[in-house]
Design a protein around this ligand. Structure first.
Ligand code: NDP
Length: 255
């Protein structure tokens, strides 16, 4: 009997899959047997990431995309659906931030963060839904944040987008359960990617606060997000939907 975590024959699309957490999750899915489509703006990073997945023995494709507009999302989804003729797993991971006090945040920055982090996830989900329904089901994983749960002075737009993703996840999970589509969110803690490193550099005292509050006593490595991605992408999680799973070394349960 094959493992419930086996993803052979499945196709996964990972937005923001050309680096950081997205690429680490793509590695996990590829190791479990999935073919991978990666999307992002930077084609140099994209080609390097694609080559890494091919090294794991899987088919891989990078599609250069700007997901800050609904058009960009629709173009990606059309190209991805054509590429390997199915999409079984969608990971909405592309994200940006604008670290400013709310009173200093411009409306353009607000719109850009919401468009990239939240609206893109909605458009990609809406576009993949008919395909997954036709295929008899699918898995959607939205990447939230600790700021899906908590406030910070420098995260008004980012926190709004990530809180919104949790509620979007719940709405889609209810709406599409009958189509055998499970929709879940992953809430990473503080992870050492480009985004994590820039937060550490820009926000005074952040590293000390993270270290003091995280029971694991350290920042997370992107590779530590691979396991939850495989679980939520596989048959092992067929009765899990609408959940938001923290992967945070205990940060969210610590006082
Ligand atoms: P990175 O900055 O390394 O990755 C962000 C990814 O998003 C990149 O692959 C980037 O690709 C892509 N991206 C950004 N804007 C766009 C766009 N307009 N169109 C297409 N792709 C885009 O950071 P992480 O790996 O840390 O972040 C991944 C996700 O995890 C994000 O949603 C982030 O909010 C979330 N997260 C990260 C945490 C951390 O501590 N690192 C904590 C909690 C959540 P490109 O540059 O090529 O466009």
């Amino acid at each position: 009997m094959s493992s419930p975590f086996n993803l052979e024959g499945r196709v996964a699309l990972v937005t923001g899959g050309n680096g950081g957490i997205g690429l680490a999750m793509a590695h996990g899915l590829a190791q479990a047997g999935a073919d991978i489509i990666l999307a992002g703006r930077d084609s140099v990073k994209g080609e390097t990431a694609r080559a890494e997945i091919v090294q794991l023995g899987r088919r891989a494709l990078f599609i250069a995309s700007d997901l800050a507009t609904p058009d960009g999302c629709e173009r990606l989804m059309d190209a991805a659906a054509r590429a390997f003729e199915r999409i079984d797993i969608l990971i909405n991971n592309a994200g940006i931030t604008a670290r400013r006090q709310p009173e200093d945040l411009s409306i353009d920055e607000w719109h850009r963060v919401i468009a990239t982090n939240l609206t893109s996830a909605f458009v990609c989900c809406q576009k993949v839904h008919p395909l997954m329904r036709l295929q008899g089901g699918g898995k959607i994983i939205n990447i939230g944040s600790m700021l899906s749960l908590f406030g910070t002075s420098f995260g008004a737009a980012y926190g709004a987008s990530k809180g919104g993703l949790v509620q979007l996840t719940r709405s889609l999970a209810v709406a599409w359960a009958a189509d055998n589509i499970q929709v879940n969110a992953v809430l990473p803690g503080w992870i050492t990617t480009e985004m994590g490193q820039s937060a550490r550099a820009q926000v005074d005292g952040l590293n000390e606060r993270v270290m003091a509050r995280t029971p694991a006593g350290r920042w997370g490595d992107p590779s530590e997000l691979a396991g939850v991605a495989v679980f939520l992408a596989s048959a092992a999680s067929d009765y899990v939907t609408g959940a938001s799973v923290p992967v945070d070394g205990g940060y969210s349960i610590s006082g």
